[in-house]
Design a protein around this ligand. Sequence first.
Ligand SMILES: Cc1cc2nc3c(=O)[nH]c(=O)nc-3n(C[C@H](O)[C@H](O)[C@H](O)COP(=O)(O)OP(=O)(O)OC[C@H]3O[C@@H](n4cnc5c(N)ncnc54)[C@H](O)[C@@H]3O)c2cc1C
Length: 442
Amino acid sequence: MKQYLIIGNGTAGTTASENIRKIDQNCKITLITSENFPIYSRIRLPEYLCGKVEKERLIIKSKEWHTRNNIELITDTTIKQIDFTNKKALASNGKFFNYDKVLISTGSTPFIPPVKGGETEGILTLRNIEDADKIVQICQEPLNIVVIGGGLLGIETASSLGLSGHKVTVVEFFERLLPRQLDKEGACRLQRLLEKNGLTFMLGEVTEEIKEKYPKNSKASENREYDHSAPPKLVKLKSGHILQADLVIFSSGVRADITLAKGPDTNKHDAKESEKNEYSTKKSDIDICSTKESEINGYNSKKSGDNQYAVKTDKGIVVNERMETSLPSVYAAGDVAEFMGVNFSIWPEATEQGRVAGINMAGGSAVYKNIPPSNVLKVAGISLASAGEIDVDGKMECNITSTDTVYKKIVKDHNGKIIGCIMVGDTTDFNKIVKTIKGESQ
Ligand SMILES: Cc1cc2nc3c(=O)[nH]c(=O)nc-3n(C[C@H](O)[C@H](O)[C@H](O)COP(=O)(O)OP(=O)(O)OC[C@H]3O[C@@H](n4cnc5c(N)ncnc54)[C@H](O)[C@@H]3O)c2cc1C
């Protein structure tokens, strides 16, 4: 019986497991996650912050779904290393998982820019339910909150907290909001709408330093009531502004979690420990993939991109159109993967890559094509979506509709084909336009 191991049960991993099962009814599928939940919607975490959705409603596929599909779901278990030569994955609780084929679908982790004091205790990010619970726990009474990052997630998080009665300031490095999704006009309109909702923005600003407002163990910190796991801060901006923050949340993008591409860290294990861990591979064995293996997967480099890594990596784990990595029997999909230099780290991309990986792992044939990014802002009372090429510089052919409440821009290429759009105030037909951009309809 074939054994498939899937590390990470986000949309990439879960969709892969579903597609493996569709093709192979007899194999063993093990889906492992370091979190304590079956797959849930990260997308809805901002709504969870303000109580708009309950925890149970975040779950996308129940434990029963996994049982019905004979997919072994192991929660609360982190894989520490993979021994690619002996096809075993080691969990931090000491357990081993053998596999014939493995999928690395470990997603990404929030990026905290190198700001002085950025590693200070109590600075939060929002990636998973645990993070959200921590934020909810701290936000029991009205607070001054600073969100660093004015991208989609930053705005959704800020809006949700604003809705809960907190005073929220968003600090953004660019001169406008959603720099990847909106042009200047679209961003201005969005900013006005969000300001009406009570948010404050500091645009074109760099966070220079974050300090404890009441230095630890100082007199000033004594007898003050605040959550001591997240003490109040002062956020110093390059312009000289200093923001008072009961809570600081970083929302400055994500980085692919490529830790497992490293393989067994033989340097850190002496011979005895290697034996104990059933690792007998020398580092050199795993650093270099043979030319043959490389050719199989369409790679012509003998060595992994980075000497530290057993599997070829760049910004993410490099995959080909079948979601194969530079090592045979090792696949990657979702936020952790990079295909043709691209990694948008968005849900539809991860889901589709998971589908393609699952089919190919089970012996079927599927090919991944980069899909144009499309995003919908989920803020109560604001309709906003954008997709594909947004023509920031205004150099392309565009159809623009501009009224008091609506800004719509449809971008076309030199053949008149729709290649992107921005929609503020009215997102009717957005899905239809996205299909056209993808070439799925005319
Ligand atoms: C708050 C929030 C809002 C978002 N909103 C949107 C949106 O509106 N639209 C959109 O398209 N995208 C959105 N995204 C991005 C989207 O959620 C991700 O692109 C998507 O979840 C990626 O799926 P994935 O399966 O690759 O990884 P993930 O969903 O990150 O899942 C990876 C899983 O692997 C687990 N894992 C990691 N390492 C290990 C290990 N060593 N051992 C065991 N388990 C491990 C992780 O704990 C995690 O559970 C949002 C993300 C966040 C955080």
